[in-house]
Design a protein around this ligand. Structure first.
Ligand code: F0G
Length: 461
């Protein structure tokens, strides 16, 4: 027996490669300055290891690429649509499907359909685009996630859980008629990719039923959530990912989906619901904003790739490797004493910028500065998930001050090897050792919506 633990390896081999460009520190410093210290404004060709997002950045399989050739590009009734519809029923269990070009388009349609001016939408922490569409439709988002989710080092195994007391308090306060639905995500992106338990989802359903409130799932990373349920929740270790996913969705009335994550495609999304009259409304509205209801802004080939991605992403070997790769990276940082959100999330590791850059106050945007510095020092691209991402309260104009001030290193699926992860972890550790030298940032340009994407900054003197 060898003296070391049995290693694991990625459950795929590489057929096509895309060369990476290695740059100098001086070059990157210049590029970061030109990009206004916003990693979203860098050119991808100037990035070495790109951990900006797992959205649309995954590697498709040969099976998916083969499917692209079977695109039926008919305007109406493409066969790829019917295949996607059948697979959505099979894997997620919903009756009706409305394709959209990506997740936020699905959020737009569901929000416009269900929310009235003055309504409240509770949810297990906000997501940027989800909350914005709820607000644009006239709703007010209310965070009802458990308190543990806001504590970076809290080891709760299901930090994505809804706090049922908070949900019930809101119902008492504003009345169920003002709450069209509860918006539940598994996993919870902004909490650090943290899962929700099956037991919690079941209880959410029961409480919502009592008051005639719908449950709408953000299913973007529900397969990753299913993996955590299998690993951590009593009674699920012998169930398949497919079974867990179906049960999880069965407690909800419908979902919005960004296929660019779990579903292993570069573009695509959908809404799926069980209620026929809601489906009718959505199917009518999609024609106005996306395209006919059998393509919703997608090419036939994109729907085919997404339908095939659904089949691949529920494979245990796939999802285990995906989530454990993230865990491997997280453990390296924990071992080196770097402050991160624990436990490791499903899609990303989040650096705790408040602790990392202890000397930079939140008004000087420590997470934004940390993401910029990481790029300058190593060519690794990450993103801010703190006060910049949180934006402003539309009523008061004040900045939201989230408790979590984080930098997200997000892992595209099937793209980087363990060696890339080692290099990225080393870069973070090196930055941590030199953290005292860091300086904060201030806004010089702030767009009105989703400001983190396009804002520009400069160093505070
Ligand atoms: N919901 C969640 C939980 C998401 O993470 C995203 C996107 C969306 C909805 C919106 O989907 O991008 O297809 O319109 N998240 C990306 C990210 C942008 O980097 O986390 P989309």
């Amino acid at each position: 027996m060898p003296s070391y633990r049995k290693p694991w390896a990625e459950p795929y081999k590489i057929k096509v490669v895309e060369p990476l460009k290695v740059t100098t520190r001086e070059y990157r410093e210049q590029k970061m300055k030109e990009a206004g210290y916003n990693t979203f404004l860098l050119r991808s060709e100037d990035v070495y290891i790109d951990l900006l997002t797992d959205s649309g950045t995954s590697a498709m399989s040969d099976y998916q690429w083969a499917g692209m050739m079977l695109g039926d590009e008919a305007y109406a009734g493409s066969r790829n649509f019917y295949y996607l519809e059948a697979n959505t029923r099979k894997y997620y269990g919903y009756k009706y499907l409305v394709p959209t070009h990506q997740g936020r388009a699905a959020e737009h349609l569901i929000s416009r359909n269900l929310i009235k001016q003055g309504d409240y939408v509770p949810g297990n922490m906000y997501f940027t685009t989800t909350r914005l569409h709820q607000e644009l439709a006239g709703g007010k988002f209310v965070d009802v996630i458990i308190d543990e989710a806001h504590e970076p080092q809290n080891q709760h195994p299901f930090k994505g859980n809804v706090d049922l007391q908070k949900f019930e308090d809101l119902i008492k306060k504003v009345g169920a008629s003002k709450i069209p639905y509860i918006s539940v995500a598994g996993t919870v992106n902004m909490a650090g990719g943290q899962p929700q338990s099956m037991g919690n989802m079941r209880q959410v359903r029961e409480l919502a039923n009592k008051h005639g409130i719908k449950v709408i799932l953000d299913a973007t990373r529900a397969v990753e959530n299913a993996y955590f349920i299998k690993e951590r929740e009593k009674g699920y270790s012998n169930k398949s990912i497919e079974e867990i996913l179906l049960e999880y969705c069965s407690y909800t009335d419908g979902c919005t989906m960004s296929g660019k994550k779990d579903l292993l495609v570069n573009i695509g999304g959908f809404i799926a619901v069980n209620d026929e009259s809601l489906f009718d409304e959505l199917r009518n509205m999609v024609v106005v904003y996306e395209g006919l209801h059998t393509y919703g802004g997608l090419a036939g080939r994109d729907m085919e790739a997404m339908a095939r991605g659904m089949e691949e992403c529920v494979s245990y070997d796939h999802i285990r490797s995906r989530v454990e790769q993230v865990g491997y990276f997280g453990q390296k940082l924990i071992d080196a004493g770097v402050p991160i959100v624990e436990p490791a999330g499903g899609h990303a590791i989040f650096l705790d910028a408040k602790k990392f850059y202890e000397h930079i106050p939140q008004e000087e945007l420590p997470a934004q500065a940390l993401a910029a510095d990481l790029y300058i020092e190593s060519g690794v691209r990450a993103m801010e998930r703190g006060v910049v991402s949180a934006g402003r309260n539309p009523e008061t104009g004040e900045n939201y001050h989230p408790k979590l001030e984080l930098v997200r290193l997000t892992f595209p699926r099937r793209v980087y090897t363990q060696a890339h992860l080692d290099v990225a972890a080393y870069s973070v550790e090196e930055l941590y050792e030199n953290r005292k030298k860091a300086k904060g940032l201030k806004f010089v340009y702030e767009p009105k919506y989703l400001r983190f994407f396009q804002a520009r900054f400069e160093r505070v003197s």
